[in-house]
Write a protein that binds this ligand. Structure first.
Ligand code: SF4
Ligand code: SF4
Length: 523
């Protein structure tokens, strides 16, 4: 049996060192515990075959012919949510072993060889016949918005997505209400079709091109400069997959969390809750690990007055999956609910009363998980969470409000040798007096100092004002480095530095942080 798509990963499959980090990693960076169990599926099902290492062994045996494909293998192939947590944890290569890509390649091969899941055949047929996976008549797509008349052209297209249009309609309605209240010039496409995400995840890619070409042409016709979606699946597809398939488009693609973040920064919207709320945030895999948007949703939540954001034990890059992605909810519903219920337990442990997410799939999955666990947690999608707190226009946020922050930024600009040894694209985020900025390494001894928080930093550093005042007085970079180390190792009440590593140690070493730490005497 030919496995031509999986065969493309044959060499990479051999790079797996069988360390087992993808099922149980000794990484304090990812969790407050000493160990971290990245694979939400393996955590429920227990067997090694469901974590990345086991999956790699099975795929090797499939390629060598030692293992025959049968219905058990097909079932197993569709139990991976392709959440990418194992890849983030894996240090076999700089990017980690591309397990989600391999699983999607294998699924393509299964389909090519006639191994089908009946439910998936139905999904594909539905996308072909109705332009959505839910067998809903295409002409009813916009009926959820009532008789509203949509302009033919606008600056922004709100791309609704099938799940919000047919199954999670509150998300679509509140997104529209929110954009309307803020006064955004926006429209929706009269003939929007499925973004194709479900086809890619299930390995049934035949119709993807036609959907994409249709949707790109429709957005162009609307003359939009921005396409905004509240669905993490649609967002990843537009932002990552459509481009990977060789398409380009003349508009910007933003997730609603990114767009709202911009509107808040520009002073076009502000939010405050009438009652104090403790809120936690679940990172959708398609928005976080697959498209690297972690900070924008947090900034939006933190901008809401009277709201305290508390993090779950696993968050951002290492957040556990909700279980609803990668086709798992469709073919293994009970497994999906059990994974979601584990995530609910993590959310409950924060003491939050509200769990916010930013994806209709996560919202559905987590709601089902909460039912299974009989949890009283309120689970809301971000626009639904925000709408009742809308307070009209706000104040424009100044990126350089603190003088100390400006002084520090200028100092670092003048001393790029502080970052000697770091590889291009290393990112360090700084915080002083509650103000953020970041340094981006652009080449050998060249940096860019950017006055806003880094979206996806390697390291987050927090400085006391006293530490900054002392550091910026040094002429020589070596003196700066030495003092930097002392502030970390021997902090005083007024002068200290704290840091959080956002990448695991091996990846930090690959980016050149060893030299940086050595100069500071940290290693
Ligand atoms: S992608 Fe997610 S679900 Fe699949 S093996 Fe990796 S961690 Fe487990
Ligand atoms: S973490 Fe990476 S190298 Fe280690 S067993 Fe898992 S896939 Fe293999």
């Amino acid at each position: 049996m030919e496995l031509k798509n999986l065969a493309k990963y044959q060499e990479e499959l051999f790079l797996c060192g069988r360390c087992g980090d993808c099922s149980l990693a000794d990484k304090t960076v990812a969790s407050d515990r000493d160990v971290f169990h990245p694979c939400a599926v393996k955590n429920v099902l227990g067997f090694e075959a469901y974590a990345s290492r086991g999956r790699i062994m099975v795929m090797n045996d499939l390629l060598s012919g030692d293992l025959e494909i049968n219905q058990d293998v097909v079932d197993w192939a569709y139990t991976c949510t392709t959440c990418k947590n194992c890849q983030e944890t894996c240090t076999a290569t700089a990017e980690g072993i591309h397990l989600p890509d391999m699983i999607e390649a294998l699924r393509k091969d299964l389909v090519l060889n006639g191994f089908e899941m009946p439910k998936h055949v139905e999904v594909e047929q539905s996308v072909i016949n109705y332009a959505n996976p839910y067998k809903e008549p295409a002409e009813s797509r916009l009926s959820l918005f009532g008789d509203r008349v949509w302009p033919e052209t606008a600056e922004v297209v709100y791309f609704v997505g099938c799940t919000s249009a047919y199954r999670e309609q509150e998300i679509a309605r509140t997104t529209v209400d929110l954009l309307t209240k803020i006064g955004v010039d926006f429209t929706v496409l009269p003939d929007e079709r499925c973004c194709g995400s479900v086809l890619l995840r299930l390995g049934r890619t035949k119709s993807f091109a036609a959907l994409t070409e249709h949707n790109i042409a429709a957005v162009k016709r609307a003359g939009a400069k921005k396409l905004v979606t509240a669905c993490a699946g649609c967002f990843r597809t537009w932002k990552v997959d459509v481009k990977k398939q060789g398409y380009d488009y003349p508009f910007e693609v933003l997730h609603i969390t990114e767009y709202l973040d911009q509107l808040i920064q520009e002073g076009r919207a502000s939010f405050a809750s009438d009652v104090p709320l403790r809120v936690t945030y679940h990172d959708p895999c398609h928005l976080g690990r697959h498209a690297e948007v972690y900070e924008a949703p947090r900034r939006v939540i933190q901008s809401v007055g009277n709201v305290q954001l508390v993090e779950m034990e696993t968050n951002k890059r290492y957040a556990h999956c909700c279980g609803a992605g990668g086709g798992v909810k469709n073919s293994h519903g009970r497994l999906s609910e059990q994974i979601a219920s584990d995530r609910i337990a993590e959310a409950e442990a924060t003491g939050a009363t509200v769990l916010v997410t930013a994806c209709p799939f996560c919202h559905r999955g987590l709601t089902d998980g909460a039912k299974l666990k009989k949890s009283s947690l309120t689970i809301l999608d971000l626009p639904t969470f925000l709408l009742p707190s809308y307070k009209g226009a706000g104040t424009r946020h100044s990126a350089t409000a603190s003088t100390l922050k400006s002084t520090f930024m200028e100092y670092l600009r003048q001393h790029p040798r502080i970052f000697e040894g770091l590889k291009k694209e290393a990112v360090i985020d700084y915080e002083v007096e509650g103000e953020r900025f970041h340094v981006l390494v652009t080449g050998k001894n060249t940096i860019e100092v950017v006055p806003v928080r880094a979206e996806n930093p390697d390291v987050e550093l927090t400085f006391s004002p006293g530490a900054v005042r002392k550091l910026v007085a040094f002429e020589r970079e070596d003196d700066y480095a030495h003092q930097f180390g002392l502030f970390f190792k021997e902090p005083t009440h007024d002068e200290w530095i704290r840091f959080v590593l956002r990448l695991n140690i091996v990846k930090l070493l690959m980016k050149g942080y060893r030299r940086f730490a050595q100069k500071a005497g940290l290693i």
